[in-house]
Write a protein that binds this ligand. Sequence first.
Ligand code: N01
Length: 537
Amino acid sequence: MSSELRDKQYDVIIIGAGFGGMYALHRLRKLGYRVRVLEAADGVGGTWYWNRYPGARCDVESLEYSYSFDDDLQQQWDWPERFSAQPDIEKYANHVADRFDLRKDIQFSTRIASAEFDNEEASWTIRSVDGDTFTSQYLVLAVGNLSLPRVPDFPGLNEFKGRWFHTGQWPKETVDFSGRTVGVIGTGSSGIQLIPIVAQQAKHLYVFQRTANYSVPAMNRPLAADVAAKHKAQYRTWRDNAKSTPFGIAGHAPPEKFAADDEFEQRRRLFEEKWETGGNISFLYAYKDLLTNEQANDMACDFVRDKIRGTVKDPSTAELLIPNDHPIGTKRLCLDTNYYETYNRDNVSLVNVRKAPIESVTVNGLRTTEAEYPLDDLIFATGYDAMTGAILDIDISVKGGARLEDAWRDGPKTYLGVMVNGFPNMSIITGPGSPSVKTNMISAIEQHVDWITDLVEHMSSKGKAKFQAQPDAQENWVQHVNEVADSTLYPKANSWYTGANIPGKPRVFMPYVAGLDKYRKICDDVAKDGYRGVTIE
Ligand code: N01
């Protein structure tokens, strides 16, 4: 065997150098495993590497949306703002990579095309699109939940003579929109953050909206030194408390009252207080039944609708911005700074592409069934093939056996969101069927990586070669995930949580919404029971 080939044999291959892949590398390497991370980008950060669009900012407060595994790191790192912007989060990811000397085990600019498991050898063979080959006993997919951007299939995009961008693949160079006529398609979290910033530069901004979305103010501000110091003095307690909450966030106490416990005026006061506090968790924590009881949810919707009417001066624009097709919070509740206010600017027009759908991109702009809009620049804030897209973008198979794409033809099936029957020694960080996107992602990542690392250690200590989910354990888990979702209002929205944003994608509710606290307990119990539901051989 050539030394080059030998060098490419590892205990663990991790795909992705975002927050999941970086922590998995750190943990597994510290235990003595030979680990290699393969990353398509030329830098670390995952979603925070790619999402450089103007206004990109986290919707979880930075003192909580950060690693908890190292005390010195959390004490020494200073966040400049309450909700950090993309450049600061990317800076943090780079700091972590340098501080823990991660780069030497990350191969950048390496996009993976396929991964095949050989049952005889108990090993994975992983191939890059450039033809590099790697082998490993274990494969860890840390590819992210929102990392396969989706550009709708409008005819004519190739002929467009202006510039076009997708929020999730934003260029590194600053893009200047001064003096230009710009179109934005999409009013999800990305569009809602980007629109107020682009509006300040553009000569004119057209927002092409198909579905109105709920948004609440971030009330972002610089993080005062005394606030950070107070938090840091109790950091361990904060982190421990976060573990026993559904969202993996300690800063907001779970609500105790039902919406109907309060009279109209009391409720309005509470919603107002939450609105002024800022943040989506704050708002959704107004009452304990906002996401389970339609009447309670309607009360919160009405409050936000009145806020929109009170902010947007033109009544017909306000009505168009008012969501009416889903309960609040059943799609990711957007967090904004001056989103609704932006529609009071003379240089911003809201175009209803529900009523007159987009037909095509033209040489000079965008055509709907009603009009053509001349544009210099077109921005797609059109989202992602979420949760399964980046996994299935890799051709994952077992030699002489199944392909993951076939196994998931009717929707993803996992055990605990972590592993898949028929695909041994493969684990997913924050996969479908885990709390993932319904929590503070970094809390979810740390829990997953720790659990997977413990499983690998368990295998090593017993001299075992392979693990995989048992079929009945997986079926039961999928059923449980669905039952929990069905006990809430989440399935009432056509959201990317269900795959509804991708034409032809099976409709399955993908995240586990019982809460990270309950999920953590289940995973701990499974491990204590000798990895119940997992075949280890
Ligand atoms: O994507 P989305 P996103 N014609 O899928 C529209 C996270 N995130 O990138 O609803 C016209 O939510 C589509 O319209 P409709 C967060 O979890 C977090 O904004 O399908 N319009 C919708 O308005 C978030 O949920 C942060 O009718 C079309 C928009 O495009 C997730 O990422 C920041 C269309 C897509 O919205 C994804 O958010 C940013 C078409 N053919 C993102 N196709 C923070 O941390 C699509 N649309 C704050």
